[in-house]
Design a binder for this molecule. Structure first.
Ligand code: PAF
Length: 298
């Protein structure tokens, strides 16, 4: 398959490298990461240990093929720009797979690309940058992919097989919308807390007070989700969040990594989106507001 991974951050680079074993892959990202990959290849350490020669470019205009699959791994605030940029690499049958954090990405992609092209996924794989051209695979998580309307299509099955063959543990779901909400609830506590405290995910369960805060934030965010017809419970979400913390204990969350790199965070697509929806539904979102204030004092 011809695959473009648009967003060569840590997760995008990991997926691109693993998929490049059996597919033609181009990573689209920024210098100096891209220039180092062009010169020396991509080095992965941690759970995966290898050095991979993979094509990398700084702009979609430098992709010289029509893609069968475009994996969007850009930050949520770049979704609109990325969706426009990838159009020249697409044919009528190109699949655009969003594996991103937060709410609202599908809607943003849908403004530039017909919905029939779009699939979505969530992942709890953990990866961080070690240096330009180098990443560390910090946590072996799960990836879940689905069609927007829940159909169990042949193309979805092919994608799940493609990911599993590449060593990315993946399942299909008939309800990706719920999975995106679940991931957002998980991110709503882990990401801002680790970003504020500058700690690894695992630290959140080493401190009883932080554990309590995780439970309360999960409960508040779950109330927002259930108001939108998402079928889950605070107890289930607390368990899931703690499981992700345990599985990614050595990871620095994506929000902390953004802050360490002096980049914008995804707080608006995660906690900000929960606050907006909660406010419309008259649901108390005090904790999400406090976490947002901690990351972006107004
Ligand atoms: O955003 C992140 O960092 C990840 O979604 C997760 C699963 C919380 C692991 O750090």
């Amino acid at each position: 398959m011809n695959i473009v991974v648009f967003g060569a951050g840590a997760i995008g680079s990991l997926f691109g490298a693993l998929l490049s074993k059996k597919n033609k892959v181009v990573l689209v990202g920024r210098a100096p990461h891209v220039t180092c990959i062009q010169k020396n290849g991509l080095t992965i350490k941690g759970k995966t240990h290898r050095s991979v020669k993979v094509a990398a470019v700084e702009s979609a205009t430098d992709v010289l093929f029509i893609a069968d699959l475009i994996i969007l791994t850009v930050k949520s605030y770049d979704t609109e720009t990325a969706s426009k940029a990838i159009r020249p690499c697409m044919s009528d049958s190109t699949m655009v797979l969003s594996i991103q954090n937060g709410l609202g990405n599908i809607e943003k992609i849908g403004n530039s690309i017909h919905k029939s092209h779009i699939l979505a996924g969530v992942t709890t794989q953990g990866a961080i940058f070690s240096k330009p051209g180098g990443i560390i695979h910090t946590g072996e998580g799960n990836t879940i992919l689905g069609e927007l309307h829940g159909t169990q299509s042949a193309r979805l099955k092919n994608l799940v097989d493609l990911f599993n063959e590449a060593g990315i543990k993946t399942q299909e779901t008939s309800d990706i919308v719920t999975e995106i909400w679940i991931k957002t609830i998980i991110n709503s506590s882990i990401n801002p807390l680790t970003a504020f405290l500058r700690c690894k995910n695992g630290y959140l369960l080493e401190n009883p007070l932080l554990e309590k805060i995780i439970e309360r934030v999960c409960t508040e965010s779950t109330r927002v989700a259930t108001s939108q017809g998402i079928s889950t419970s605070p107890l289930e979400m607390i368990e899931k969040t703690k499981e992700v913390i345990r599985n990614t204990a050595k990871n620095y969350s994506s929000m902390l990594q953004s802050i360490q790199q002096g980049k914008k965070t995804e707080i608006d697509a995660i906690n900000g989106a929960l606050i907006r929806i909660g406010t419309n539904q008259n649901i108390d979102t005090t904790l999400n507001r406090i976490l947002t204030e901690l990351i972006h004092p107004s």
